[in-house]
Design a protein. Structure first.
Length: 413
C-alpha cells in the first residue's frame, strides 16, 4: 500500500488556506515597501504546524518507523525530524518519539539498530521479558486457596440438594481461579530503568517539562477506562521513561504499570493515532508512521521457529493474538483518519507498509538480517513513494514548505 496522503474533496482548498495565513482562510500579513508604497506580501510565509504520530508495533515496528523517517528526512527538503510541533508516541513508538523530541538524530537511531556492535541503544530481550514474579507468587497462593475450598466443598455432601448438588459448589469455587490469574506475564520495571539510563547517557531529559520539543505519551487508566496523556497539565511531573513503560503495557503480556496509585495500560488500546489530540494541539498536518497493518501471507511461506509453514496459525497463539491486534488497530486508524478528513480541519499523511510486505514482521527482530531487511525496506519504499505522493498533493506540499530532495540520502547505505 502506498504511504498515501489520506485526503478527499476539499484537501487542496484546505492546503491553500494553510498557505494563505492562519489556517482559517485569512490573507497573509503584508508589509509596506519603500516607505509607505504599495503593500507587498512577506517573503517568508508562516509554515503549517506539523505533528508526528508514532503508534506501537514492537521492535519490528520501531525498525520500520526509523527506516521510514530516515527516508522522509532524506527525500524531502524542508522536513527535519527534530522540528515537528508535536511528538506523539505510544507503545514502542513512545521511546522513538522521546528520542527524537530529546534531540537524537534519526540517522543515529538508524545506525544503532542496524549495527549489532553499536551500543548506542543496547536494548536486550531481558529488559522487556522479565517475569513478574510478584504476580505469579500471588497467583499461586490464591490458586491453592481456591483449590482447597473446592476440595472441601466437593467432599462435603451433607448440604447437597437436588437443586444445589455438591458439583455446583465445585464450579463456584473453581470460578475463584479466574481471579487468581496474574495481571500479566511480564513486568516492565527493567525496561523503565533501561530507558532512564539511556536518556541519562545520551543527554535526553527524563522530564516532560525539560524536553526541548513537545512530547506527549498516551496511555489508558485501568480503573476508569479513560485516556491519560502524559506530558499534559497535571500529568507532566511523571518521568518520561515511566510514561513510556506505561504506554507499552499491553494486556496479558505485561502487568499494568503503577504510577501514583493508578494503573496504566498500552496507549493504543482505544485510539491508535490520537488525531483528536493532535488537532486540538493546533496541528494542521499530522504524519502517522504506522507499522500496524494486518499480515497478508498471499500464499507465501511463513517463517516459524520450526521451519517454513503455510499460515500465521503455525506461529502459535501469540502471533494469532498479534494478528488480531493488527486487524483491529488498522481498522480503527483508518476510520479515525476518515473522520478527521471529513471535518476538514487537519490533513493527515499515513505511512505504512503494504499488507503483503508486512510478512517481514514475522521474522525474529533479534536476527541481524531481519533487522536490515526491515530498515532497508522501510527506507527504500518510502523514498520511492514519497515523490509520487508529493506530486499528487502539490498544494499541501507547498503549504508546508517541502521540496523533493535532489540528492539521495546516505542512511540506506
Amino acid at each position: 500500500m502506498m504511504p498515501a496522503f489520506e485526503s478527499q474533496g476539499g484537501g487542496a482548498s484546505r492546503a491553500a488556506q494553510i498557505a494563505a495565513g492562519d489556517g482559517e482562510g485569512r490573507a497573509p500579513e503584508t508589509v509596506e515597501a519603500n516607505g509607505g508604497g504599495r503593500a507587498a506580501p512577506r517573503r517568508e510565509a508562516r509554515r503549517a504546524r506539523v505533528s508526528l504520530c508514532l503508534p506501537g508495533g514492537g521492535l519490528t515496528g520501531a525498525l520500520y518507523q526509523i527506516g521510514a523517517l530516515a527516508a522522509l528526512e532524506d527525500g524531502v527538503e524542508g522536513i527535519d525530524n527534530q522540528s515537528f510541533s508535536l511528538y506523539l508516541g505510544h507503545g514502542s513508538g513512545a521511546a522513538v518519539a522521546a528520542a527524537l523530541a530529546g534531540g537524537i538524530p534519526t540517522e543515529r537511531l538508524y545506525r544503532a539498530l542496524l549495527d549489532p556492535v553499536d551500543n548506542f541503544f543496547p536494548l536486550e530481550r531481558g529488559h522487556l521479558l522479565h517475569l513478574d514474579v510478584g504476580e505469579w507468587r500471588r497467583a499461586l497462593t490464591t490458586s491453592l486457596v481456591a483449590l482447597r475450598h473446592a476440595i472441601v466443598r466437593l467432599s462435603t455432601r451433607g448440604d447437597a440438594t437436588p437443586n444445589a448438588p455438591a458439583q455446583q459448589y465445585l464450579f463456584e469455587q473453581l470460578d475463584r481461579f479466574n481471579d487468581s490469574l496474574p495481571a500479566g506475564v511480564f513486568q516492565l520495571d527493567r525496561y523503565e530503568r533501561f530507558l532512564a539510563e539511556f536518556f541519562l547517557r545520551r543527554g535526553i531529559p527524563n522530564s516532560f517539562r525539560a524536553m526541548p520539543r513537545t512530547l506527549r505519551i498516551p496511555t489508558y487508566d485501568l480503573d476508569s477506562g479513560e485516556r491519560v496523556i502524559f506530558g499534559t497539565e497535571g500529568f507532566d511531573d511523571v518521568p518520561v521513561s515511566l510514561a513510556c513503560a506505561a504506554s507499552i503495557a499491553l494486556p496479558l503480556f505485561f502487568s499494568p504499570v503503577r504510577i501514583d496509585h493508578r494503573h496504566y495500560l498500552d496507549g493504543g488500546l482505544g485510539h491508535v493515532a490520537h488525531l483528536d489530540f493532535a488537532q486540538a494541539a493546533g496541528a494542521e498536518l499530522t504524519i502517522i508512521v504506522s507499522p500496524l497493518v494486518p499480515v497478508s501471507t498471499a500464499h507465501r511461506p511463513v517463517p516459524t521457529g520450526h521451519g517454513v509453514r503455510e499460515s500465521v496459525r503455525d506461529k502459535g497463539m501469540l502471533w494469532i493474538f498479534n494478528q488480531a491486534m493488527r486487524i483491529g488497530a488498522h481498522a480503527r486508524l483508518h476510520q479515525a483518519v476518515g473522520r478527521t478528513l471529513a471535518e476538514g480541519k487537519m490533513q493527515v499523511l499515513v505511512l505504512e507498509p503494504a499488507p503483503n510486505d508486512a510478512l517481514l514482521f514475522l521474522h525474529n527482530p533479534a536476527n541481524l538480517r531481519a533487522r536490515r531487511a526491515i530498515l532497508e525496506y522501510a527506507y527504500r519504499t518510502t523514498r520511492e513513494r514519497i515523490a509520487v505522493w508529493m506530486e499528487k498533493n502539490r498544494a499541501v506540499v507547498e503549504a508546508v514548505g517541502w521540496h523533493e530532495a535532489r540528492a539521495s540520502g546516505a542512511a540506506a547505505g
